[in-house]
Design a protein around this ligand. Structure first.
Ligand code: E4P
Length: 224
């Protein structure tokens, strides 16, 4: 399973990139609204040049003509750009047309396996179930990931399940077990994946023992 970062913050993206774990990035208008002093286009290009992998940028048009125009513009920003389109009837129609033109689509705001099936059938490259938001509504978000993976596998649909709206480290493990191709993760969750109290304790003990060993060796050399 590949890991994407779910952010528009360039510092977080650079930090994750340096860790050697970052395969791509997903952005959306809400994430971009937290940034300032830069246009969406400029930020997405900056991210593409850093990550050199798929970077999703979201359309905000609501009608088919607007989505087609915006999707083509966004796709021209950089070869790594993936055009993100919310699923509805217009979104599906635009995604199908853009996919036929060779533009990669991330169909977003997926809340059921039926929506995932429609997105994959229309030609989306990535299909994004929003696990955390489904959980928030009192249902099992990971079940949508499991069902989508099973359906895509059984019918050899080339779309990749991109588990999104992941809120904590267990979500990543469960998305991997469910067979998601990608998990997109907030930076705070990526850092939480890295931490374990026993690792911190282990490092402290090794350092303390190393200091004792150095001190003891020096003492033995001084008084053989
Ligand atoms: C995915 O592409 C979305 O940007 C994201 O995962 C949404 O997550 P949220 O529900 O935490 O806003």
């Amino acid at each position: 399973m590949r890991l994407f970062l779910d952010t528009a913050n360039i510092d977080e993206i650079r930090a994750a990139h340096k860790m050697g774990v970052l395969a791509g990035v997903t952005t959306n208008p809400s994430l971009m609204a937290k940034e300032s002093g830069i246009t969406y286009r400029e930020r997405v290009i900056e991210i593409c040049e850093t990550v050199k992998g798929p970077v999703s940028a979201e359309c905000t048009a609501r009608d088919v003509a607007g989505l087609l125009e915006e999707g083509r513009q966004i796709a021209a920003w950089n070869p790594h750009v993936v055009v993100k389109i919310p699923i509805d009837q217009n979104g599906l129609e635009a995604a199908a047309t853009l996919a036929k033109e060779g533009i990669k689509i991330n169909m977003t705001l997926i809340f059921s396996a039926n929506q995932a099936l429609l997105a994959a059938t229309a030609g989306a490259t990535y299909v994004s179930p929003f696990v955390g938001r489904i959980d928030d509504a009192g249902q099992d978000g990971m079940e949508v990931v499991r069902e989508s993976v099973e359906i895509f596998d059984r019918y050899h649909l080339p779309a990749q399940v991109l588990a999104a709206s992941l809120r904590h480290p267990r979500h990543i493990v469960e998305a991997a077990q469910a067979g998601a191709s990608i998990a997109t993760i907030p930076y705070a969750v990526l850092k939480a994946m890295l931490k374990h109290p026993l690792t911190d304790l282990g490092i402290e003990r090794f350092l303390a023992d190393a200091r004792t060993y150095v001190r003891e060796s020096a003492r033995q050399r001084a008084n053989p």
